[in-house]
Design a protein around this ligand. Structure first.
Ligand code: PRP
Length: 213
């Protein structure tokens, strides 16, 4: 399965991603190395996700003379899906330190594989902001679908979804239910197994990132 099979999707390819995805996939990787590798990939994804931000010009005075300066002309809200999304949101905030951050807490019920919501806190201004929803894993797509639907009900109109590894099943769900939402990812894996885990995947990103396995 490749990115050509899906609309509204950007698959970021980079040698550092190949190397670091391997570290993330390896069952023997320590929590420390897992965090470092995820953060490096997150920085590459963040760079691409922010590439088309509009700019506004203003005059800036250097020690030599006046010249044209630029600032980002777009309010941005980053929304990590807890817990694992926190590993990606930190990388985005390195580029856009003044972005607001909303949080959506949900976990996947182990038997139904459907998301269970337990927390939401979304800042004001969601209607006009570029809203970047982040979660390293898109498996069935239930969590991302739930998060995007919730944010749309809150008034969000400009959404992007940033993920580390996507299953085709999740991409199909988000593509059909939210064709207006562009997804940026580092990998499209093969399939889901009977427990709705991504194959080959990397296991449970939240548990591995926070050392709770
Ligand atoms: C994982 C992952 C996504 C979700 C993906 O979270 O981080 O949020 O499952 O699955 P889906 O596409 O089928 O909904 P998990 O439930 O393990 O919670 P955690 O982040 O707290 O570990």
């Amino acid at each position: 399965m490749d990115s050509q099979s899906f609309e509204h999707l950007t698959l970021i390819e980079h040698p550092v991603i190949n190397r670091d995805l391997t570290i993330l996939r390896d069952v023997n990787t320590s929590t420390d190395d897992f965090r470092s590798a995820l953060k490096r990939i997150a920085i590459i994804l963040a760079y691409h996700a922010l590439k088309e931000l509009p700019l506004k010009e203003f005059e800036v005075e250097t020690p030599i003379e006046k010249t044209t300066g630029y600032d980002i002309d777009q309010d941005i809200i980053v929304v990590p899906i807890l817990r694992a999304g926190l590993g990606l949101s930190d990388a985005l905030l390195q580029f856009i330190p003044d972005a607001k951050v909303g949080h959506l807490g949900m976990y996947r019920d182990e038997s139904t594989h459907e998301p269970v919501d337990y927390y939401s806190n979304i800042p004001d201004g969601v209607e006009d902001a570029l809203v970047l929803v982040v979660d390293p894993m898109l498996a069935t797509g239930g969590s991302a679908d739930d998060a995007i639907s919730f944010l749309k009900k809150e008034g969000a109109q400009h959404l992007r979804f940033i993920s580390l590894i996507c299953a085709p099943e999740g991409l199909e769900r988000i593509g059909s239910k939210h064709p207006d939402v562009h997804t940026i990812t580092a990998a499209i894996d093969e399939k889901l197994n009977d427990d709705a885990f991504i194959v080959p995947g990397l296991g449970d990103a939240g548990d591995r990132y926070f050392g709770t396995t």
